[in-house]
Design a protein around this ligand. Structure first.
Ligand code: ATP
Length: 236
């Protein structure tokens, strides 16, 4: 059975100056899926996420959402998160929750920090956390309003192996509880472990789409890394 569509993008196009970076892209995001968006640096992945989230306006194309106001139901972790300067991790989380109209008690905030492996840093100034800890805090901040749909832009990049494993487990447990997740990653093993479906973007276009198993069988490759290299090596 095909799940309901949460977001449907048709013919999306976006350019910067003379350069087209998203080039007629059609993409559905379905309820309950863990969708990986992969592709080379500069392929247009982050721009695509920005367009889907309404953070940038497409030059052409349409985006249809499952509801008239999706924003209260969407969590978003971008590659860099602007924290409130001079405030601790738990204070940042509290203020972020307040944006969504949620007044969370300290125990609830600590639970969110715990889920992201940050409880011992609750009282640390957010800007003094390490890069990986800041990423975990950014992910904790996306979860305070229990979103139905989560966008994670390279959630495990620059994390140490333990933190990476913890974030993957967190993603899996959110997916098991029914959260729909869209993420980007350059780690093909991670994509294989987490994604129910992936789309490979190159030069702003989708050049392959399917579940990891479907794509491996379709292209006869042993691993997603091999598939990725094969498909991105061919001349455009
Ligand atoms: N605000 C901007 N102004 C001009 N060019 C931009 C802007 N944002 C992105 N670009 C360019 O658009 C292209 C696509 O960028 P984008 O960030 O979408 O790629 P990406 O696939 O997410 O890459 P990466 O894997 O490196 O994060 C790149 O060449 C980038 O330099």
């Amino acid at each position: 059975m095909i799940s309901p569509t949460l977001i449907q993008a048709k013919g999306l196009r976006k350019g910067y100056g003379q350069r087209t970076v998203v080039d007629g892209l059609n993409l559905d995001i379905r309820e309950g899926e863990v969708l990986a968006i992969i592709g080379p640096n500069g392929a247009g992945k982050s721009t695509t996420l920005d367009l889907l989230l309404g953070l940038r306006r497409p030059d052409a194309g349409t985006i249809t959402y499952w509801t008239t106001d999706p924003s209260p139901h969407v969590g978003l972790q971008l590659q860099s998160t602007p924290f409130f300067a001079g405030f601790t991790a738990i204070e940042n989380l509290r203020m972020f929750a307040a944006f969504y109209g949620k007044r969370l008690k300290d125990a609830q905030l600590m639970e969110h920090l715990h889920r992201c492996g940050l409880e011992e840093f609750a009282k640390t100034d957010a800007l003094r956390l390490s890069g990986g800890q800041q990423k975990r805090l950014a992910i904790a901040m996306t979860l305070v309003h229990s979103p139905k749909l989560l966008f994670l832009d390279e959630p495990t990049a620059a994390l140490d192996p333990r933190a990476r494993r913890d974030i993957r487990e967190l993603i899996r447990s959110l997916a098991d509880k029914g959260t729909s997740i869209v993420f980007t990653s350059h780690d093909m093993e991670e994509v294989h472990k987490l994604a129910s479906r992936l789309v490979l973007i190159r030069d702003g276009r989708i050049i392959a789409s399917g579940s990891p198993e479907e794509l491996l069988s379709q292209y006869g490759t042993a691993s997603l890394e091999q598939l990725y290299i094969q498909l991105t090596d061919e001349p455009a």
